[in-house]
Design a protein around this ligand. Structure first.
Ligand SMILES: [Zn+2]
Length: 232
């Protein structure tokens, strides 16, 4: 009798935890879909009507619950709210030249994921990134604090050079490598985020933005990547 009820409850606990994990993974997938739908609207030029007025500001005084965290470059040509067609309170953004992460940036992501419960983290590099160019062309000591940026991009440039190809190939691969270096940095330097990712409470997607077309290209295994996007 005891044994039987033990197994029944063990199975129930197991099923409940599976469905909870499924529900949180679903939130990440939904957020990803919402972001990509916004990008499709931006690409096609038919933007959604967004409430960025007084009533929305008042509503947001109660608090924020952004559905996505976006890490991207400071480059003025790819403001996340614009390229994903989103409004106030929708996305939590971390921007540095070269979409690089340091402890402060990691802490910002942790805050959004753990305290605001954002279910999605997008790491977005971009075509023609000047920070990556600076690391590709680096000779001698760069001026001021730009050296810190160049040094942090160097491993990605080295990895791209090892792969070889034309100068354009190396440049484009360095941009992609840099995104995956940041992803690995998160896993190795933030136990908080690693835990949320492993529990399925935070979905991580790596991508590259194309300046000309306005399209966001999903890198790697992005399961819900739109069919028209290129895979590598
Ligand atoms: Zn850039």
């Amino acid at each position: 009798m005891f044994r039987r009820s033990f197994w029944v409850s063990a199975v129930l606990v197991f099923m409940v935890s599976i469905s909870l994990a499924f529900a949180s993974e679903q939130k990440g997938d939904e957020a990803f879909g919402k972001l990509m739908d916004g990008n499709k609207r931006f690409v096609s030029g038919s933007l959604a009507q967004k409430d960025v007025g007084n009533s929305r500001r008042k509503e947001l005084l109660k608090g924020q619950s952004p559905f996505a965290i976006v890490v991207t470059c400071s480059d003025s040509r790819l403001s996340p709210e614009i390229i994903f067609d989103q409004g106030l309170g929708d996305i939590f953004v971390i921007r540095t030249a070269g979409n690089l992460l340091d402890p402060i940036a990691l802490g910002s992501i942790e805050y959004a994921a753990e305290h605001l419960h954002s279910p999605l983290l997008l790491i977005l590099g971009h075509e023609q990134c000047g920070a990556v160019t600076a690391a590709m062309d680096a000779k001698g000591k760069p001026e001021g604090n730009i050296g810190a940026i160049v040094r942090k991009i160097m491993p990605a440039v080295k990895a791209a050079k090892t792969k070889g190809g034309t100068k354009d190939d190396i440049f484009n691969n360095a941009i992609k490598e840099n995104v995956s270096v940041q992803e690995k940095y998160i896993m190795s330097k933030s136990p908080v985020l690693k835990h949320l990712i492993e529990k399925g409470e935070l979905k991580v997607v790596a991508a590259v933005y194309h300046l000309g077309s306005g399209e966001v290209e999903i890198l790697g295994k992005g399961s819900s990547a739109p069919a028209h996007m290129h895979h590598h």
